[in-house]
Design a protein around this ligand. Sequence first.
Ligand SMILES: *Cc1c(COP(=O)(O)O)cnc(C)c1O
Length: 505
Amino acid sequence: MDGFIEQAQRRIRESAAVVPGEHAPTLPGLDKLSDARASLPDATGKDYLSGLGPVDTFTHLMNDIVPGLNGENRSGRYWGFVTGSTLPIAEVADNIVSAYDQNVQVHLPNQTIATEVEDAALKMLLRLLHLGEPEQWEGRTFTTGATGSNILGLACGREAVITSRLAGSSESVGEIGLLRACMKAGIGEIQVLTSMGHSSLSKAASVVGLGRASVKLLPFSDAEPWRLDIDAVERELQRENVASIIAISAGEVNTGRFATTGVEDMQRLRRLADQYRAWIHVDGAFGVFARVLPPREEFSSLHKANAGLELCDSMTIDGHKLLNVPYDNGIFFTRKSSTLNSVFKNPNAAYLASDNTSQIQSPLNIGLENSRRFRALPVYAVLMSEGKPGISRMMERMVVTARGIARAIRSCGDDYVLLPDAGSRPLSFDDDIHIVVLFRAKDDALNKVLVQRINEGNEWYVSGSSWDGKPAVRVAVSSWRADSEDAFNTVKRSLTAISEAHRHS
Ligand SMILES: *Cc1c(COP(=O)(O)O)cnc(C)c1O
């Protein structure tokens, strides 16, 4: 097998390369997908699982499977969902991760540097995002994504709000279980208070035993449902025998807007949470990266919406979205490692003991997994390579591109409308737009097929959404390849052509 990996890697790179100035297709095309599907192994065939060997398998992967993959990473105009893409240095680091296959599970400082690299990456992130000093965020770890981090956030919140009501006892939910702990603490209900919380928050609520129905939406108004009604939060916190976790959407995935409007909102929430022994979790999967934008007027609205988020008890951040590292990658921060430890301690495994007593916790005692991928390395590499200035420029490019797309939509005459269009601050769009743009066609018939029309053109890719009960198109810019001029021209040309064609159909 001399040179197999080297040759394979060269071919992979040739196949994934993007010619400068060109755009890879956003989607593979249905013909390529059915070819790929037809190439999958047939369980009734006599050679099923017979073993092709690495050379033929590689040929199969490159010739049959790869053509059936979408353009998330390569296109730069794959604006559906918020998928990010991968910076070259992150891809390189990820290859190191596979080549050296470290298991980042137990802190073994005399055997591998991996856990210390992980911790260095987490500390750099704290500094990058202006969240405070590492000593204030002693509970920190990498996860598989924002869903994983939201599960950690609700698990920590659950642990804290119940334990604080087990007066004087050394017991915890992690030890005696949710049911017994709630009975002892006199808690009849645990609620998660939010505004347009991400769907994964409900999933997390189910996983940690609170139930999806525990998630309560407290919208500020019909016009600004993403914004949290703090008066309503205060009323909910006063309920007898109820413990609460406040989950802040920063930002909200459909509109890109933020649940809080400034540092005063966060200060008030902090006071309320302290008074009523509630927990504040910030879901900042992509939104908190607005904190890295330069301190300029055009970004002041985003900075304001992000101000004070560091007053939370725990925070979710995604790596595989705006930070542009490969899947899968998430980050979780909380104040005390003892909260994480109380939930995630992997007890009594003598063979997994760490050989030191430093500040760095063994990851298996502060997160979901035991065995873990060295997913910190691509984040470490991006932070080392780009530094704060480079990441700030990348974030700025994404925001400016999203705003360029909004301008393109507005410039198409009267055919399309930017959403949300009924806000209390209508049409201050440019300043409020982070990386998400929501819009629809005014003509209902066109609006119904708009996502399909855009995506079948294979020039730009969007996701279908809805707003006010009607279909809407959602654009999310999250790639380092973002190019505002190209985006403006593409969207304007494409939308004009689509509405022209519709008028003549
Ligand atoms: C994307 C997203 C999630 C889920 O993240 P995954 O990384 O896909 O698990 C959760 N919350 C918000 C706000 C998001 O944008």
